[in-house]
Design a protein around this ligand. Structure first.
Ligand SMILES: NC(=O)c1ccc[n+]([C@@H]2O[C@H](COP(=O)([O-])OP(=O)(O)OC[C@H]3O[C@@H](n4cnc5c(N)ncnc54)[C@H](OP(=O)(O)O)[C@@H]3O)[C@@H](O)[C@H]2O)c1
Length: 312
Protein backbone atom coordinates (compact mmCIF):
# COMPACT_ATOMS: atom_id res chain seq x y z
CA UNK A 1 0.00 0.00 0.00
CA UNK A 2 1.19 3.61 -0.46
CA UNK A 3 2.44 5.31 2.71
CA UNK A 4 -0.36 7.13 4.54
CA UNK A 5 -0.31 10.91 4.03
CA UNK A 6 -0.44 12.74 7.37
CA UNK A 7 -3.22 15.34 7.40
CA UNK A 8 -3.26 18.61 9.37
CA UNK A 9 -2.29 18.00 13.02
CA UNK A 10 -1.02 14.49 12.24
CA UNK A 11 2.41 12.90 12.31
CA UNK A 12 3.66 9.97 10.26
CA UNK A 13 4.97 7.22 12.56
CA UNK A 14 7.06 4.24 11.58
CA UNK A 15 5.94 1.52 13.99
CA UNK A 16 8.67 -0.48 15.73
CA UNK A 17 6.51 -2.76 17.89
CA UNK A 18 2.83 -3.37 18.49
CA UNK A 19 0.90 -5.45 20.99
CA UNK A 20 -1.55 -8.27 20.26
CA UNK A 21 -4.43 -8.49 22.75
CA UNK A 22 -7.40 -10.78 23.30
CA UNK A 23 -9.82 -7.83 23.39
CA UNK A 24 -9.65 -7.93 19.57
CA UNK A 25 -11.74 -11.12 19.64
CA UNK A 26 -14.64 -9.18 21.15
CA UNK A 27 -14.31 -6.34 18.64
CA UNK A 28 -14.09 -8.82 15.75
CA UNK A 29 -17.26 -10.55 17.01
CA UNK A 30 -19.09 -7.35 16.08
CA UNK A 31 -21.85 -7.80 18.69
CA UNK A 32 -20.45 -5.90 21.67
CA UNK A 33 -22.11 -2.55 22.27
CA UNK A 34 -20.86 -1.36 25.68
CA UNK A 35 -17.10 -1.09 25.04
CA UNK A 36 -15.46 2.27 24.34
CA UNK A 37 -13.88 0.79 21.18
CA UNK A 38 -15.68 0.37 17.84
CA UNK A 39 -16.37 -3.09 16.40
CA UNK A 40 -14.01 -4.21 13.64
CA UNK A 41 -15.73 -5.00 10.31
CA UNK A 42 -14.41 -6.98 7.34
CA UNK A 43 -11.94 -4.73 5.51
CA UNK A 44 -11.07 -2.64 8.60
CA UNK A 45 -7.46 -2.73 9.80
CA UNK A 46 -6.96 -4.18 13.30
CA UNK A 47 -5.55 -1.78 15.86
CA UNK A 48 -3.90 -1.72 19.28
CA UNK A 49 -1.07 -0.09 21.20
CA UNK A 50 2.11 0.56 19.21
CA UNK A 51 5.46 2.24 19.76
CA UNK A 52 7.28 3.85 16.90
CA UNK A 53 9.38 6.70 15.59
CA UNK A 54 8.01 9.92 14.12
CA UNK A 55 9.29 10.24 10.55
CA UNK A 56 7.36 13.35 9.45
CA UNK A 57 5.75 16.06 11.57
CA UNK A 58 4.09 19.42 10.88
CA UNK A 59 6.12 22.57 11.56
CA UNK A 60 5.46 23.98 15.02
CA UNK A 61 3.80 20.78 16.24
CA UNK A 62 4.44 18.86 19.48
CA UNK A 63 6.68 16.23 17.87
CA UNK A 64 9.79 16.22 15.69
CA UNK A 65 11.13 13.53 13.36
CA UNK A 66 13.07 11.02 15.46
CA UNK A 67 10.79 11.28 18.51
CA UNK A 68 9.70 7.96 20.01
CA UNK A 69 5.95 7.82 20.66
CA UNK A 70 3.20 5.48 21.84
CA UNK A 71 -0.14 5.50 20.01
CA UNK A 72 -3.17 3.25 19.36
CA UNK A 73 -2.56 2.28 15.70
CA UNK A 74 -0.65 -0.99 15.69
CA UNK A 75 -1.15 -3.71 13.09
CA UNK A 76 0.52 -1.61 10.39
CA UNK A 77 4.08 -0.59 9.58
CA UNK A 78 3.39 3.13 9.13
CA UNK A 79 0.52 5.12 10.63
CA UNK A 80 -0.70 8.70 10.20
CA UNK A 81 -1.62 9.61 13.76
CA UNK A 82 -3.20 12.74 15.24
CA UNK A 83 -0.66 14.40 17.54
CA UNK A 84 -3.32 14.26 20.26
CA UNK A 85 -3.23 10.45 20.07
CA UNK A 86 0.55 10.31 20.55
CA UNK A 87 2.32 10.18 23.90
CA UNK A 88 6.11 10.47 24.21
CA UNK A 89 7.86 7.25 25.25
CA UNK A 90 8.60 7.31 28.99
CA UNK A 91 12.25 8.35 29.40
CA UNK A 92 12.96 5.89 32.22
CA UNK A 93 11.48 2.74 30.66
CA UNK A 94 14.47 0.48 29.91
CA UNK A 95 12.72 -0.61 26.68
CA UNK A 96 10.04 1.41 24.86
CA UNK A 97 8.17 -1.84 24.10
CA UNK A 98 7.33 -2.06 27.82
CA UNK A 99 4.60 0.48 26.99
CA UNK A 100 2.81 -2.45 25.34
CA UNK A 101 2.36 -4.33 28.62
CA UNK A 102 -1.44 -4.15 29.00
CA UNK A 103 -1.26 -4.09 32.79
CA UNK A 104 -2.30 -0.60 33.83
CA UNK A 105 -5.85 -1.97 34.47
CA UNK A 106 -4.41 -4.57 36.86
CA UNK A 107 -2.49 -1.85 38.69
CA UNK A 108 -5.57 0.41 38.69
CA UNK A 109 -7.83 -2.36 39.98
CA UNK A 110 -5.37 -3.41 42.69
CA UNK A 111 -4.90 0.17 43.89
CA UNK A 112 -8.36 1.70 43.28
CA UNK A 113 -11.05 -1.03 43.29
CA UNK A 114 -9.62 -3.76 45.48
CA UNK A 115 -6.96 -1.73 47.34
CA UNK A 116 -4.48 -4.45 48.30
CA UNK A 117 -3.41 -4.25 51.95
CA UNK A 118 -0.28 -5.55 53.66
CA UNK A 119 -0.46 -9.33 54.04
CA UNK A 120 -3.57 -9.88 51.86
CA UNK A 121 -4.11 -13.17 50.08
CA UNK A 122 -4.68 -12.29 46.42
CA UNK A 123 -5.95 -14.50 43.58
CA UNK A 124 -5.29 -13.53 39.95
CA UNK A 125 -7.33 -15.60 37.49
CA UNK A 126 -5.89 -15.84 33.97
CA UNK A 127 -2.41 -15.34 35.41
CA UNK A 128 -0.45 -16.19 32.26
CA UNK A 129 -1.81 -13.48 29.92
CA UNK A 130 -0.34 -10.05 29.28
CA UNK A 131 -2.27 -8.59 32.22
CA UNK A 132 -2.04 -11.55 34.62
CA UNK A 133 1.69 -12.22 34.16
CA UNK A 134 2.41 -8.81 35.69
CA UNK A 135 -0.61 -8.60 38.02
CA UNK A 136 0.67 -11.15 40.55
CA UNK A 137 4.02 -9.38 40.79
CA UNK A 138 2.27 -6.01 41.17
CA UNK A 139 0.07 -7.41 43.97
CA UNK A 140 3.21 -8.56 45.77
CA UNK A 141 4.91 -5.17 45.33
CA UNK A 142 1.79 -3.52 46.77
CA UNK A 143 2.09 -5.63 49.92
CA UNK A 144 0.20 -8.89 49.28
CA UNK A 145 1.32 -11.69 51.59
CA UNK A 146 0.26 -14.63 49.45
CA UNK A 147 -0.30 -14.54 45.70
CA UNK A 148 -2.23 -17.25 43.85
CA UNK A 149 -2.94 -17.59 40.15
CA UNK A 150 -4.83 -19.78 37.70
CA UNK A 151 -3.91 -21.20 34.30
CA UNK A 152 -5.32 -24.10 32.29
CA UNK A 153 -1.79 -25.29 31.53
CA UNK A 154 0.30 -27.40 33.94
CA UNK A 155 3.45 -26.35 32.07
CA UNK A 156 2.68 -22.62 32.46
CA UNK A 157 1.75 -23.19 36.14
CA UNK A 158 5.35 -24.24 36.81
CA UNK A 159 6.67 -21.11 35.10
CA UNK A 160 4.33 -18.87 37.12
CA UNK A 161 5.78 -20.13 40.39
CA UNK A 162 9.42 -20.36 39.21
CA UNK A 163 9.67 -17.14 37.22
CA UNK A 164 6.91 -14.81 38.38
CA UNK A 165 6.74 -15.35 42.13
CA UNK A 166 3.29 -16.91 42.43
CA UNK A 167 3.06 -18.86 45.72
CA UNK A 168 0.64 -21.40 44.29
CA UNK A 169 -1.04 -21.89 40.94
CA UNK A 170 -4.38 -23.62 40.45
CA UNK A 171 -5.07 -25.57 37.28
CA UNK A 172 -8.80 -26.07 36.58
CA UNK A 173 -9.33 -29.60 35.35
CA UNK A 174 -6.60 -31.15 37.52
CA UNK A 175 -8.94 -31.20 40.57
CA UNK A 176 -12.06 -29.22 41.55
CA UNK A 177 -11.04 -25.56 41.89
CA UNK A 178 -12.82 -25.36 45.26
CA UNK A 179 -10.51 -28.07 46.63
CA UNK A 180 -7.39 -26.42 45.20
CA UNK A 181 -8.42 -23.07 46.68
CA UNK A 182 -9.21 -24.57 50.09
CA UNK A 183 -5.68 -25.97 50.17
CA UNK A 184 -3.89 -22.90 48.76
CA UNK A 185 -5.83 -20.30 50.78
CA UNK A 186 -7.23 -21.98 53.90
CA UNK A 187 -8.19 -18.59 55.43
CA UNK A 188 -9.91 -17.43 52.24
CA UNK A 189 -9.18 -14.82 49.59
CA UNK A 190 -8.96 -11.14 50.54
CA UNK A 191 -8.64 -9.84 46.99
CA UNK A 192 -9.55 -11.35 43.63
CA UNK A 193 -8.35 -9.83 40.37
CA UNK A 194 -10.59 -11.63 37.92
CA UNK A 195 -9.54 -11.80 34.27
CA UNK A 196 -11.55 -14.91 33.37
CA UNK A 197 -15.08 -15.01 34.84
CA UNK A 198 -17.17 -18.19 34.47
CA UNK A 199 -16.32 -21.16 36.67
CA UNK A 200 -13.16 -19.50 37.97
CA UNK A 201 -15.11 -16.51 39.27
CA UNK A 202 -17.67 -18.81 40.84
CA UNK A 203 -14.92 -20.70 42.70
CA UNK A 204 -13.29 -17.42 43.78
CA UNK A 205 -16.55 -16.18 45.33
CA UNK A 206 -16.94 -19.50 47.12
CA UNK A 207 -13.44 -19.04 48.61
CA UNK A 208 -13.82 -15.34 49.53
CA UNK A 209 -12.87 -14.25 53.05
CA UNK A 210 -15.11 -11.85 55.01
CA UNK A 211 -14.84 -8.37 53.48
CA UNK A 212 -13.15 -9.65 50.30
CA UNK A 213 -12.82 -7.25 47.35
CA UNK A 214 -13.32 -8.69 43.89
CA UNK A 215 -12.20 -6.58 40.92
CA UNK A 216 -13.53 -7.69 37.54
CA UNK A 217 -11.02 -6.67 34.87
CA UNK A 218 -11.37 -9.28 32.13
CA UNK A 219 -13.69 -12.01 30.91
CA UNK A 220 -11.44 -14.42 29.02
CA UNK A 221 -13.81 -17.38 29.50
CA UNK A 222 -16.53 -15.63 27.50
CA UNK A 223 -14.23 -13.63 25.26
CA UNK A 224 -12.19 -16.56 23.92
CA UNK A 225 -14.84 -19.29 23.94
CA UNK A 226 -14.80 -20.51 20.31
CA UNK A 227 -18.52 -21.41 20.54
CA UNK A 228 -19.54 -17.77 21.07
CA UNK A 229 -18.83 -14.32 19.63
CA UNK A 230 -16.94 -13.02 22.68
CA UNK A 231 -19.51 -10.37 23.60
CA UNK A 232 -20.82 -11.91 26.85
CA UNK A 233 -19.38 -13.81 29.80
CA UNK A 234 -22.12 -15.28 31.99
CA UNK A 235 -21.24 -16.69 35.43
CA UNK A 236 -23.29 -18.18 38.24
CA UNK A 237 -22.14 -16.89 41.62
CA UNK A 238 -23.38 -17.27 45.19
CA UNK A 239 -24.74 -13.81 45.99
CA UNK A 240 -26.01 -15.00 49.38
CA UNK A 241 -22.43 -15.69 50.42
CA UNK A 242 -21.39 -12.26 49.16
CA UNK A 243 -24.07 -10.56 51.27
CA UNK A 244 -23.36 -12.44 54.47
CA UNK A 245 -19.59 -11.99 54.17
CA UNK A 246 -19.76 -8.36 52.99
CA UNK A 247 -17.92 -9.13 49.75
CA UNK A 248 -17.74 -6.31 47.19
CA UNK A 249 -17.42 -6.77 43.44
CA UNK A 250 -16.80 -4.04 40.88
CA UNK A 251 -15.87 -3.77 37.23
CA UNK A 252 -12.80 -1.85 36.05
CA UNK A 253 -13.39 0.53 33.18
CA UNK A 254 -10.35 2.31 31.79
CA UNK A 255 -12.17 5.66 31.16
CA UNK A 256 -13.15 5.87 34.84
CA UNK A 257 -9.48 5.90 35.90
CA UNK A 258 -7.67 8.20 33.49
CA UNK A 259 -5.05 9.05 36.11
CA UNK A 260 -3.87 5.44 36.34
CA UNK A 261 -1.91 5.09 33.07
CA UNK A 262 0.74 7.72 33.92
CA UNK A 263 1.07 6.52 37.53
CA UNK A 264 1.42 2.89 36.37
CA UNK A 265 4.03 3.77 33.73
CA UNK A 266 6.11 5.68 36.31
CA UNK A 267 6.01 2.81 38.77
CA UNK A 268 6.54 0.14 36.09
CA UNK A 269 9.61 2.05 34.83
CA UNK A 270 10.97 2.25 38.37
CA UNK A 271 10.28 -1.43 39.12
CA UNK A 272 11.82 -2.54 35.81
CA UNK A 273 14.93 -0.40 36.13
CA UNK A 274 15.55 -1.62 39.69
CA UNK A 275 14.96 -5.27 38.73
CA UNK A 276 11.93 -5.65 41.00
CA UNK A 277 9.57 -6.84 38.27
CA UNK A 278 9.94 -9.29 35.41
CA UNK A 279 8.19 -8.35 32.14
CA UNK A 280 7.27 -11.66 30.46
CA UNK A 281 6.84 -11.27 26.74
CA UNK A 282 6.86 -13.17 23.48
CA UNK A 283 8.29 -11.38 20.41
CA UNK A 284 7.02 -12.34 17.00
CA UNK A 285 9.13 -11.06 14.08
CA UNK A 286 7.53 -9.21 11.14
CA UNK A 287 4.02 -8.00 10.39
CA UNK A 288 3.38 -11.21 8.46
CA UNK A 289 3.67 -13.09 11.80
CA UNK A 290 0.92 -11.02 13.46
CA UNK A 291 -2.16 -13.07 12.44
CA UNK A 292 -0.46 -16.25 13.67
CA UNK A 293 0.46 -14.46 16.92
CA UNK A 294 -3.20 -13.55 17.50
CA UNK A 295 -4.40 -17.10 16.87
CA UNK A 296 -1.70 -18.60 19.09
CA UNK A 297 -2.45 -16.13 21.87
CA UNK A 298 -6.15 -16.96 21.79
CA UNK A 299 -5.29 -20.68 21.85
CA UNK A 300 -3.27 -20.16 25.05
CA UNK A 301 0.13 -20.95 23.49
CA UNK A 302 2.00 -18.01 25.06
CA UNK A 303 2.92 -16.60 28.44
CA UNK A 304 3.07 -12.82 28.86
CA UNK A 305 2.53 -9.93 26.49
CA UNK A 306 2.61 -10.83 22.80
CA UNK A 307 4.57 -8.22 20.82
CA UNK A 308 5.07 -8.02 17.06
CA UNK A 309 8.59 -6.76 16.29
CA UNK A 310 8.95 -4.68 13.12
CA UNK A 311 12.59 -3.71 13.64
CA UNK A 312 14.10 -6.54 11.54
N1 LIG B 1 -10.95 -3.61 31.97
C1 LIG B 1 -9.95 -3.17 31.23
O1 LIG B 1 -9.69 -1.97 31.11
C2 LIG B 1 -9.06 -4.16 30.53
C3 LIG B 1 -7.85 -3.75 29.94
C4 LIG B 1 -7.03 -4.72 29.36
C5 LIG B 1 -7.44 -6.04 29.29
N2 LIG B 1 -8.66 -6.37 29.80
C6 LIG B 1 -9.12 -7.77 29.74
O2 LIG B 1 -8.36 -8.54 30.65
C7 LIG B 1 -8.34 -9.89 30.20
C8 LIG B 1 -6.91 -10.40 30.18
O3 LIG B 1 -6.21 -9.68 29.16
P1 LIG B 1 -4.79 -10.21 28.68
O4 LIG B 1 -4.25 -9.21 27.74
O5 LIG B 1 -3.98 -10.63 29.86
O6 LIG B 1 -5.23 -11.51 27.90
P2 LIG B 1 -4.34 -12.48 27.05
O7 LIG B 1 -2.90 -12.18 27.18
O8 LIG B 1 -4.92 -12.56 25.71
O9 LIG B 1 -4.65 -13.86 27.75
C9 LIG B 1 -4.41 -15.01 27.04
C10 LIG B 1 -4.62 -16.16 28.00
O10 LIG B 1 -6.02 -16.33 28.25
C11 LIG B 1 -6.20 -17.64 28.70
N3 LIG B 1 -7.41 -18.19 28.08
C12 LIG B 1 -7.64 -18.41 26.79
N4 LIG B 1 -8.86 -18.94 26.60
C13 LIG B 1 -9.40 -19.04 27.83
C14 LIG B 1 -10.63 -19.54 28.32
N5 LIG B 1 -11.58 -20.01 27.49
N6 LIG B 1 -10.84 -19.51 29.64
C15 LIG B 1 -9.90 -19.04 30.48
N7 LIG B 1 -8.70 -18.56 30.08
C16 LIG B 1 -8.47 -18.57 28.76
C17 LIG B 1 -4.98 -18.44 28.25
O11 LIG B 1 -4.25 -18.72 29.41
P3 LIG B 1 -4.03 -20.23 29.91
O12 LIG B 1 -3.85 -21.07 28.68
O13 LIG B 1 -2.78 -20.11 30.71
O14 LIG B 1 -5.21 -20.59 30.73
C18 LIG B 1 -4.21 -17.46 27.39
O15 LIG B 1 -2.81 -17.63 27.50
C19 LIG B 1 -9.03 -9.90 28.84
O16 LIG B 1 -10.37 -10.29 29.02
C20 LIG B 1 -8.94 -8.46 28.41
O17 LIG B 1 -9.92 -8.09 27.46
C21 LIG B 1 -9.46 -5.47 30.41
Amino acid sequence: MPLPEPGPGEVLVRNRHFGVVSGLRTLLGGRETTSSFPSIRPGDPLFGAAVGEVVAAPDGGRFRPGDAVVHPFGWREYAAVAETHCVPVHPRLPDAAAHLAPSSPAYGALTRLAAVREGDTVLVTGATGGVGSLAGQVARLLGAGRVLGTTRSAHKAVRLTRELGYDAVLVPGEAPLSEQLAEAAPDGLDVVLDLVGGEQLRAAVDAAAPGARIALVGSLAGQLDPRHDGSASPAEIDTFRMITLGVTMSGYRYPDHLDVEAEWTDRFAQWLSTGRINFPQVRVPGIEGAPRALKEMMAGRHLGTVIVDLTG
